[in-house]
Design a binder for this molecule. Structure first.
Ligand code: CP
Ligand code: NVA
Length: 303
C-alpha cells in the first residue's frame, strides 16, 4: 500500500520520529559528502499552483542528492491550467513518476490527487496545511533543544496553514502550544477538534500575544496575508496590529527561547528586523532543514 504525506494527522509519533532519525542521518551524510542514493533512478514530479523559493529548491536539490530526478511543473504551463481534471492528471502522472509533490490551494485537491494516483503524494502547502515545513521546524527544535519534550510553543498571528499543522504536531508529539490570533483569524475548527480528540496536549487559543509568549521556549510566526489572500493585505494589517513578534514579546519568553519563521518574512509586519536578525532566530537552520527533512520523507515514502 502506498502512503501519502498530506497532513501530519495521517502519521503516528513513532512514524514521524523515525523520519527525524533518518533526517539526522541524511543530513550528516550530506555534510560529509557521502553518497546516499536511496532513490536512484526514481522521479518526483513537483506541481506548483503557487509561488515558491524554498519548497521548489529543497525538493529539487533533495531529489538529486538522493540519486533521483525532479521535474518542475507549473500548473499554468501544463494542461491542468486548461482544465484537465485532477483525477486524469493523477492517473497519467502515476504512469511516469514515482512520487508527486503538489503546492496548491484546496486540501481537497491533494486528497483527490492521492486518491487517483497509485504513487505517494506529498503536500508542499495548501491553504489548510504545510506539513513538510512543520517537520523541518520540529527537527530544528530537536537540534537546538535536544528534544521537543516538555517545551512550551507559542504561535503569534494568523491561524493559517502553518498554525493548523502546528496544532496537529502538538497533539501528535505531545507538547503544549498557545496560539495568539486576532478575532476572526482562528485556526481551522476541525483541525482543533481533531487535536483535542487525538492528543492530550494543552492547546490554547488566546487574543493576547503576551500570554502566548510568556515563558515560551519556541516562538513562531508567519505572514499576515498568505498566498491567495493578497487582496486582504490592508484589512489584515489593521486586524494584526499588535501581533508582531518583536523584542517586547521575546523578553517575556524564556531566556534561551528560539524564534522560528517559515519564510518569506515581512519585517515590520509579523516580525521585527531585530528579532529575525537577532541571536534567538533559528530561521536559516529552519530553512536548511527543509532539504534534509523532505529527503527523509521522500525516502520513507518512495523507496
Ligand atoms: N516556507 C516555504 O514554504 O517557502 P516557499 O514558499 O519559498 O517554498
Ligand atoms: N502561510 C504562508 C506560508 C508560506 C510558506 C502562505 O500560505 O502563503
Amino acid at each position: 500500500m502506498k502512503k501519502d504525506f498530506l497532513a501530519l494527522s495521517q502519521f503516528t509519533k513513532a512514524e514521524l520520529d523515525a523520519m527525524f532519525a533518518l533526517c539526522k542521518e541524511l543530513k550528516a551524510k550530506t555534510k560529509n559528502r557521502e553518497e546516499h542514493h536511496l532513490l536512484k533512478g526514481k522521479t518526483l514530479a513537483m506541481i506548483f499552483e503557487k509561488s515558491s523559493t524554498r519548497t521548489r529548491i529543497s525538493f529539487e536539490v533533495g531529489m538529486y542528492q538522493l540519486g533521483g530526478h525532479p521535474l518542475f511543473i507549473s500548473s499554468k504551463d501544463s494542461q491542468m491550467g486548461r482544465g484537465e481534471p485532477i483525477k486524469d492528471t493523477a492517473r497519467v502522472m502515476a504512469r511516469y513518476c514515482d512520487g508527486v509533490m503538489i503546492r496548491t490551494f484546496a486540501q481537497e485537491t491533494v486528497e483527490e490527487f492521492a486518491k487517483y494516483a497509485s504513487i505517494p503524494i506529498i503536500n508542499g502547502l495548501t491553504d489548510l496545511h504545510h506539513p513538510c515545513q512543520i517537520m523541518a521546524d520540529v527537527f530544528t527544535v530537536i537540534e537546538h533543544k535536544g528534544s521537543y519534550d516538555g517545551l512550551k510553543f507559542a504561535w503569534i498571528g494568523d491561524g493559517n496553514n502553518m498554525a493548523n499543522s502546528w496544532i496537529e504536531a502538538a497533539a501528535i508529539f505531545g507538547f503544549d502550544l498557545t496560539l495568539a490570533c486576532p478575532e476572526g483569524y482562528d485556526p481551522n475548527p476541525q483541525v482543533l477538534a481533531w487535536a483535542k480528540a487525538n492528543g492530550s496536549s494543552k492547546i490554547v487559543i488566546t487574543r493576547d500575544p503576551k500570554e502566548a509568549a510568556k515563558d515560551a521556549d519556541v516562538l513562531n510566526t508567519d505572514v499576515w496575508a498568505s498566498m491567495g489572500q493578497e487582496e486582504e493585505q490592508k484589512i489584515r494589517e489593521k486586524a494584526f496590529a499588535g501581533y508582531q513578534l518583536n523584542e517586547e514579546l521575546l523578553d517575556l519568553a524564556k531566556g534561551n527561547a528560539m524564534v522560528l519563521h517559515c519564510l518569506p518574512a515581512h519585517r515590520g509586519e509579523e516580525i521585527s528586523d531585530e528579532v529575525i536578525e537577532g541571536p534567538h532566530s533559528a530561521v536559516w537552520d529552519e530553512a536548511e532543514n527543509r532539504l534534509h527533512v523532505q529527503k527523509a520523507i521522500m525516502a520513507t515514502l518512495m523507496k
